[in-house]
Every structure is written in structure tokens, then in C-alpha cells.
Design a protein around this ligand. Sequence first.
Ligand code: C5P
Length: 232
Amino acid sequence: MGKDVIIACDFPTREICLDFLDNFKDRKPYVKIGMELFYATGPDIVREIKARGHSVFLDLKLHDIPNTVKSAMAVLRDLGADMVNLHAAGTISMMREALTGLTRPDGTRPLLVAVTQLTSTSEEIMQQELLIPHSVESVVLKYAENAKEAGLDGVVCSPLESKVLHSALGSDFLTITPGIRFDDGEKGDQARITTPAKAKELGSDYIVVGRPITRASDPVTVYERCVNDFVE
Ligand code: C5P
């Protein structure tokens, strides 16, 4: 499994998304489809982007009772996504059922990764509001251990957590890391950020980059800069 740059295609309509992807002629980037685009367009957007030659990470972060997640995953597996995700907070039992639902009759399945704690949740909020009386680091590690125990392929986490998770859970346990910015770019609402080069150094397996590429005047050049710094 090679390292790759995943573009977060957080667009409100199919047309805007496909116009954006038309910029890329030579290399077909790995695309992340999140809730906004999926709910606005429906499941066909996954098939359409796959048919254009892209790999797809379907970022819908499922979290429900185990049986419901299993049934929903059985629907998602047939859309052709290469990677899907859920919340590790749904428990080991939910994650196991999700894997069952995702597995095709021939035994193949998309990669399944878990969100541990959202990077938008501060330690203070986690402790005071969610009543989880631990450090974010220890909760992220525990949720990642649960994901591994359930048989998942990896987690979505901050690049700053990749190193710890790889040493605890093995280098083949994938870390998919958003929160990527260039030193000379805008942070937006992301707090714990690193550059593509730093994410590579920390051992991220995939970086997820949204606005630095999607809002650039020349998205292809910024994407290529990410690939150069992270993959090559
Ligand atoms: O625009 P930006 O580069 O901040 O996009 C990051 C993408 O990664 C967004 O689609 C966001 O939903 C997603 N994400 C994140 N933090 C997480 C999980 C997902 O930023 N913990």
C-alpha cells in the first residue's frame, strides 16, 4: 500500500466537484467524498468519480448500533469506494459488524479505518462535556487499539499522532491524516497542523488535503507540490 495524497472534495454540488477534477489531466488524484457532497448528490457520485479513474475514500463516519452499521456498510461496499470509515466510539462490536457488512462474497472489501477523537474536539471539551477523564493522546491510542482488535486497517488521526500509533500498533496499521498546511499558507479552522514533508517524516500513510488545494488559484500545482513533498 503506497503513500498517497487524498484531496478532500468538500464541494456543494456534483458540477462544481467534476469541474474541479477536470483540472487534473495526467495524474488522477485519490479523492475524499465527505458528507456534504454525498448528501447533496447521492451515492452515484462515488460511481461517477470511480469511473473517471480516481480512487475514492468515502468519509461518512458511521456511528450507530452494530446491526445498522453492518447493513449500511453492505450498501456502501457495492458503490466501489476504496476506503470507508466509522467512529471508533461505536465500540469494538460495531466495528466488527461493520467489517462483516463491508466484506463481499468473494472475500474482498474496501479498506476500513476509524476516527478516534475528532481533531476539532479539545481535551477540555472531551473531559468536561463528554466526561472522558483522560488525555486526548491516551484516548486516541485506546480507540486505535480497539480498532486494531476489531480487525480494521487503520485510523484517521492527526499527523502528530502517527508515530506513536505506528510504534504501538505496527507500521502496517494505517494512519490517514488531515490537518495539512504549508508554512506559507493559511491555517483556516485547523489547529494541530503539519506540512506534507513533516507528515512524511512522522510516518503518515495518507495525507488528506482540502482547502489548500481546492481553494488554490492553481490546484494542480499545489497538488503536485504535496505529492513531491509527501510521496516522492
Ligand atoms: O480543508 P482541509 O484541508 O482542512 O480539509 C480536511 C478534511 O479532512 C475535511 O474534509 C475534514 O472533514 C476532514 N477531517 C478533518 N479532521 C478529522 C477528520 C476529518 O479535518 N479529524
